[in-house]
Design a protein around this ligand. Structure first.
Ligand code: APR
Ligand code: ZN
Ligand code: ZN
Length: 361
């Protein structure tokens, strides 16, 4: 039986989000219905509301979520009712060339639930990032669910579904930060802060956090930054060089998504160092670099898509570390709120007041 549940939707471009009733169908083959316990508020939800992603309104927002599997459709073996799961954007196929070569994050055949959730009048909803979890229940592909230790706080676990995983993964998966490495992170919001945390986990010897907002730098220190640089007043490239004995950092993570900060990252790394771009640029942005500098400085220029994560490998591992007290994922939860407070949470996020507001159901 299809169910009616409360959810947060963006009905039209730029209009405030609203709590309404939606219809969640029974799971079809390969699908699961998940009872959502918590879902973080992310910039991407705001971008959907502003029409910055596509025009397929109305959107069912929310995508950094954890919950309990309620029912599964035919043929589902990945998860069973009662499992505690963290959701991810897309289920991977496991069969294509990318999957078989261990690069499932670049799977050619990812999928989401085939059926659509609707409004009461039958209008089909577009779920944000194929999830749509500002809702009491949501419908996803079973492969979007990753089982993790149920001892974890859902408000914390859900954050692995997007920004926090992107940041940790940018450091440990894409940047391959290793024991003793020097790391600089440019932009210390949710994603950059997570890159700081990931670098500490990996055993970096110096972690330099850069931001233009002192509040973010204070948080970065709590997450493991050994040095902070406010780049409003100081040239971050010079500061990072100075803090690394004149060399530059082994790994620089760019977590803003702008040409000028990417350029800073490029010049702030040591010769043969690695630059990781995890900040998402807009389609118009271009970068100009002297090709001789690219050639002469060596090393690697990498981008990090979703932290190059494999949910089935990384989510349970990071939750275990968190439960052992070795990874402070809880630091990202600034406040917990109800479904009716998402619009206000957007406002606070816009002003840089929070790392994450998390809707708890
Ligand atoms: N130099 C340094 N820091 C900057 C600059 C700058 N020129 N401009 C902005 N910042 C800082 C902000 O002060 C903020 O702390 O970058 C941080 C961005 O953090 P958030 O707004 O919390 O955004 P976040 O969720 O971390 O995402 C950052 O990564 O995944 C992408 O789409 C995401 O592009 C976005 C980026
Ligand atoms: Zn595949
Ligand atoms: Zn997100």
């Amino acid at each position: 039986m299809a169910q009616q549940v409360k959810a947060v939707i963006a009905r039209a471009k730029g209009a405030p989000v609203e709590v309404t009733t939606i219809v969640v169908p029974d799971p079809g083959p390969g699908e699961a219905v998940v009872r959502i316990q918590a879902c973080g508020v992310c910039h991407t939800d705001l971008h959907y509301r502003e029409g910055g992603i596509n025009d397929e309104f109305p959107f069912l927002l929310g995508h950094e979520a954890a919950g309990i599997v309620e029912t599964v459709g035919e043929g589902v073996t990945e998860v069973a009712p009662g499992d505690f799961v963290v959701l991810n954007w897309r289920a991977v196929c496991g069969q294509c060339r990318a999957c078989k070569r261990g690069r499932a994050q670049y799977c050619f055949n990812t999928h989401n639930a085939k059926q659509r959730m609707t409004l009461l009048d039958g209008t089909e909803l577009s779920p944000a990032l194929g999830i749509g979890a500002f809702a009491e229940k949501t419908l996803v592909a079973a492969g979007q669910c990753t089982k993790v230790d149920p001892a974890a706080d859902p408000a914390v676990a859900g954050l692995l579904g997007c920004g926090v995983m992107a940041g940790i993964g940018a450091a440990i998966n894409t940047g391959n930060v290793g024991r003793g490495d020097t790391v600089a992170v440019i932009g210390s919001g949710g994603v950059g802060g997570a890159a700081v945390l990931g670098s500490r986990l990996a055993g970096a010897s110096k972690i330099i956090a850069v931001d233009i907002d002192d509040r973010k730098l204070a948080t970065a220190e709590k997450l493991g930054a050994t040095h902070t640089v406010n780049s409003k007043n100081t040239d971050p490239v010079e500061a990072i060089r100075e803090l690394t004995g004149g060399h530059g950092a082994d790994v620089v993570v760019e977590a803003v998504g702008r040409p000028e900060t990417y350029q800073q990252a490029f010049y702030a790394r040591d010769l043969a160092g690695t630059v990781v771009l995890v900040g998402v640029p807009t389609p118009e942005m271009k970068l100009e670099l002297p090709l001789l500098d690219v050639f002469g400085r060596g090393g690697a220029l990498k981008s990090s898509w979703y932290g190059d994560c494999l949910p089935s490998r990384d989510f349970p591992m990071l939750i275990d570390l968190y439960l052992q007290g070795r990874l402070d994922l809880g630091a990202f939860v600034t406040e917990t709120i109800g479904l009716d407070a998402v619009e206000q949470a957007f406002e606070r996020m816009h002003h840089g007041d929070v790392l994450r507001s998390v809707v708890v159901l």
